[in-house]
Design a protein around this ligand. Sequence first.
Ligand code: FMN
Length: 392
Amino acid sequence: MATFLSISASPQAISSTHAVLSHVNRRLLAAGHTVRTLPVRELPPGPLLAADSSDPEIAEAIEAVAGADALVVATPVYQAAYSGLLKVFLDVLPQFAFRGKSVLPIVTGGSPAHVLAVDYALRPILSALGAAHVGQGWFVPSSHIRVFADGGLVIDPSSLTPLAQVTDEFLDLVGARPAPTAPLPGRVDSAGGPRISAVAGHPDIEARRVIPGDPALAPLLSDLVIEYGTRYGRPSPNTQLTEVPTTDFLPPEGLFVVLVEGGVTVAGGAIRRYDEKTAEVKRVWTSHRHRRRGLARRVMAELEAAAAELGYLRVHLTTGPRQAEARDLYLASGYVPRFDQSADPETIGPLAFAKELVPGAGLPDWRHPTWAVQMDPDDRRQVHAAINGARR
Ligand SMILES: Cc1cc2nc3c(=O)[nH]c(=O)nc-3n(C[C@H](O)[C@H](O)[C@H](O)COP(=O)(O)O)c2cc1C
């Protein structure tokens, strides 16, 4: 595991740049690395401007750079270049302070005219300081960044996705990123045969029904922690959306569905019991590398089919007020909102939706997924028969 130093170079106390950097840090932490943040604005201004490396705090900052395996350098665009605050800090460093290190540049700015500030302004000085590799980097327009008073942050998906991608590529560059989940071994379904369930339109994607603890769930669960932590900051009723016991997702009352492509989990979601006749959808997720492929719609269809098979008659779900994409997905999937759509979502909290299931509708064009869990087929059939009999 590597030690990262994230240098935050905005002079502002409430900073868009710092917020974006905090999100990148979450991704680095989730990959198992040590991350230290250096907000340059908190260094003593006198010694900083005088380039006094004998000052204990300045000396400690220089030491932090020397001790890092890799760095993230985040700055706003000021006057068409990186911030002056970043320049005065870089000026106190030794000439080749970044020698042998990988550096990821992140820039926020107000004008699309300065999208290339990463390349024409920041990249040259990082190279001049000896960086072995300067990552792809990314410019996030300030119009794509919304910082909330509670520490929450919403980044527009059109910036969030590439930001996540350049962060992943940087982790690959540093060479310490865990390998993608290996293909799972063949499993036995309830009928005793091998389970293959192609997803229509995506012949290489397989839908699997799995239980908590399955390794295919790892990317989904860790990414949801990053998503909720970023969007809601401090713990709140919205972050509690993820805080339900994993045992809730065990058959016969719940399960996870994952879409797996080439051995890698690309999307997923879960259902659990809400009441005797109602399933609750939770944890719907699509990998940032696989957005805009219609996978979340497919996950919803798979979950609804599974809920019907488990004997539920309707589906209930909630999403947070800062998840506009999820809200759009549920509306497009035929869910009826149970809140005032004209109100500011921030004043509502978790947003509730519901949908009646059509008995026997299933997945018309697709083969049904089968269970990817090792269960005694007879036990499961008996349990489901009992549940179906009681509910219908
Ligand atoms: C003094 C000043 C100069 C700026 N100059 C530029 C500029 O030349 N080009 C640009 O795209 N944005 C410019 N901006 C906008 C900032 O880059 C943008 O709002 C950024 O997200 C602020 O980040 P911060 O909140 O971390 O300071 C400027 C902002 C300030 C305060």
